[in-house]
Design a binder for this molecule. Sequence first.
Ligand code: CO
Length: 145
Amino acid sequence: MKVVIALLTLLSAQAVLADCTVDITVGDTLKFSKDAIEVKQSCANVTIRLTHSGALPAGAMGHNWVLTRSKDYEAVARAGASSGLSGNFLPADDERVIAATPVIGGGNSTSVTFSLDELDRDADYTFFCSFPGHWAVMNGPFEIS
Ligand code: CO
């Protein structure tokens, strides 16, 4: 009986974990596999797993996943252009950046884990790829429900 209870506990823990992990795929086009992301406020931490299933290198078709307030995303994306690939096309030490993965190329994957504690459920957040020229189309709403 104890074994059964332990297994059930493990399963529910995995269910909670799965709920707070978001898998997103990108390829050799300017598109995230998800147009919008919704996470539960009950998630202590959210993990975004980004997989680049394309073939092109990061310098040609790199993608990352960046989260800012919606009002900040365009300015952050523009400011990041001069940081180059080595700077992941993001302004260094910019507090407007809530979470970000490195820029990856085809065949690679990456992830970022962050807390929702500092986020305001009623504010508007946008996720985007900060690669120059991508952010205008590679973006979507990030909602906390
Ligand atoms: Co991109």
